[in-house]
Design a protein around this ligand. Structure first.
Ligand SMILES: *Cc1c(COP(=O)(O)O)cnc(C)c1O
Length: 455
């Protein structure tokens, strides 16, 4: 790899990041005078749709605002009874013994790994098609991420490729239920049990999702959730760790409050018992979470229903492969609705133009994640003082790492085929789903004409 000017690199990535966000929210050009429904909107025709999509997040101005104002007026804003109430409700909802809220999903994963005694020199086998937070959480513990390729039909980590990645240093598997579609937990738990590995589930997109009627996040030794603004259970920022292991959860609690003994959040005249940090959720965040929780079941059911309907509508379109769920999946949470786009069936129209054309029809969409297994943030970790002390030089050879962590299926999903629709769109009507299907069909029928557009 060529040495890259660091400041230039940071700047380039910042610009790309902004573009990716804009892509997801763009609604295309909506002002057309003549009604020409046959011509692609991108070429000046009338868009399939000009109506807005359901907004996110949403709240009930009367009931929700009252609850949040009550917290404000109480003057108790730091962790107390409301946070406890949310933790109790979330654990009950999932059917798990314990829940501890923390500041965000990223730190939920870090805390769960650290309190599973994972650190420098350990290897953590992880999904390669995921959000960056999953991988940076591993790096924060000092452990080495080991990327597993994806199953392109399901967008999840390919469980049949896990065992080949196990070495004498493997300590944990970190499966991600990416997009809210559960990973193949039956196979994953079997492998973990055979090889005596810890399983920490990244359920940061999988609220209420289920595998064999067991909630995502409660199947492994620990599960981690995110309540960030865009998530299906939003608080602005927030996260949680869940587990049935009391001793582990006591340690997580202690870790999240300066390392003070379990249960202590106020007193300062006590001795800390472990090397902790500060990750506590505040009362008004928990209040927002409680209000959102009252709608989560109904919204999850609506997303599932609309996803299944939309899936059935787009599956017959040549070149479109909607997500597949594993046979064990009894519920998905659909943080995103994914499908694969095969340009061969669209006269070779590049995905970038397809997305542009879909946006012009009034259907917001995006190309999703970028590959994570070869990026400079890894090199930055490898160059750090701690990594240089904890690993042999050959383990930190960036080129060798990239060669060992190739994930061709993930590369295809990221660079060529993956398309996402965001969860708020699934809160619409059947007619809204028809709009999406009709827009995709329209682009398919006009692929030839769209070839003149450059991405
Ligand atoms: C959102 C997310 C996280 C991180 O959660 P934050 O609350 O944003 O820190 C981790 N993993 C996945 C898959 C996520 O989508």
């Amino acid at each position: 790899m060529e040495p890259i000017n660091r400041r230039k690199f940071l700047k380039t990535n910042a610009v790309l990041g902004a573009g990716a966000v804009a892509g997801l929210t763009s609604f295309g050009t909506l002002s057309h005078v003549v009604s020409d429904i046959e011509t692609p909107a991108l070429l000046g025709g009338t868009p399939i749709r000009t109506a807005a999509w359901p907004k996110w997040p949403r709240w009930d101005s009367e009931k929700d605002e009252e609850l949040i104002l009550k917290v404000l007026r109480s003057g108790v804003w730091s962790r107390d009874k409301v946070v406890e109430e949310f933790e109790t409700k979330w654990a009950e909802t999932l059917g798990v013994k314990r829940c501890l809220t923390v500041v965000n999903g990223t730190n939920a994963i870090i805390a769960a790994l650290v309190q599973s005694k994972i650190g420098g020199g350990d290897e953590v086998i992880v999904s390669s098609y995921t959000f960056i937070a999953t991988i940076v959480a591993i790096l924060q513990t000092g452990a080495m991420p080991v990327f597993v390729d994806s199953d392109p039909d399901t967008f999840q980590l390919d469980a049949t490729k896990i065992e080949a990645k196990i070495t004498s240093r493997t300590r944990a598997i970190l499966p991600v239920h990416i997009l809210g579609l559960p990973a193949d937990m039956g196979k994953i738990m079997k492998i973990a049990n055979t090889h005596n590995l810890i399983v920490v589930e990244d359920a940061c997109q999988a609220w209420l999702a289920e595998f064999n009627h067991q909630k995502a996040g409660t199947i492994g030794h620990a599960g981690c959730f995110s309540f960030q603004n865009s998530k299906n259970l939003p608080m602005g920022e927030g996260g949680a760790i869940v587990s049935n292991d009391d001793e582990f959860m006591d340690r997580c609690f202690s870790y999240h409050s300066y390392g003070f003994p379990y249960g202590n959040i106020g007193a300062t005249n006590v001795s800390a018992v472990l090397a902790g940090t500060k990750l506590r959720l505040s009362e008004y965040q928990a209040a927002i979470g409680l209000t959102q929780l009252t709608r989560l079941h109904a919204e999850t059911d609506l997303r599932s229903e609309n996803a299944a309907y939309l899936r059935s509508k787009i599956e017959p379109i040549p070149g479109i492969s909607p997500y597949v769920l594993y046979p064990g999946v009894t519920k998905a949470s659909f943080h995103l609705f994914p499908f694969r786009y095969h340009s061969e069936a669209f006269k070779g129209l590049p995905r970038a133009v397809f997305l542009k054309a879909l946006q012009a029809e009034g259907i917001s969409c995006s190309s999703g994640y970028v590959p994570l297994n070869d990026k400079l943030y890894l090199k930055d970790a490898f160059d750090s003082k701690n990594y240089r002390k904890m690993y042999k030089k050959k383990d930190l050879d960036f080129e060798a790492f990239i060669a060992k962590n190739q994930c061709p299926q993930t590369d295809l999903l990221c660079n060529e085929t993956g398309v996402w629709l965001s969860q708020n769109m699934l809160l619409g009507s059947k007619k809204d789903m028809d709009d999406i299907a009709n827009a995709i069909q329209k682009i398919h029928d006009n692929a030839e004409k769209l070839l003149e557009v450059t991405a």
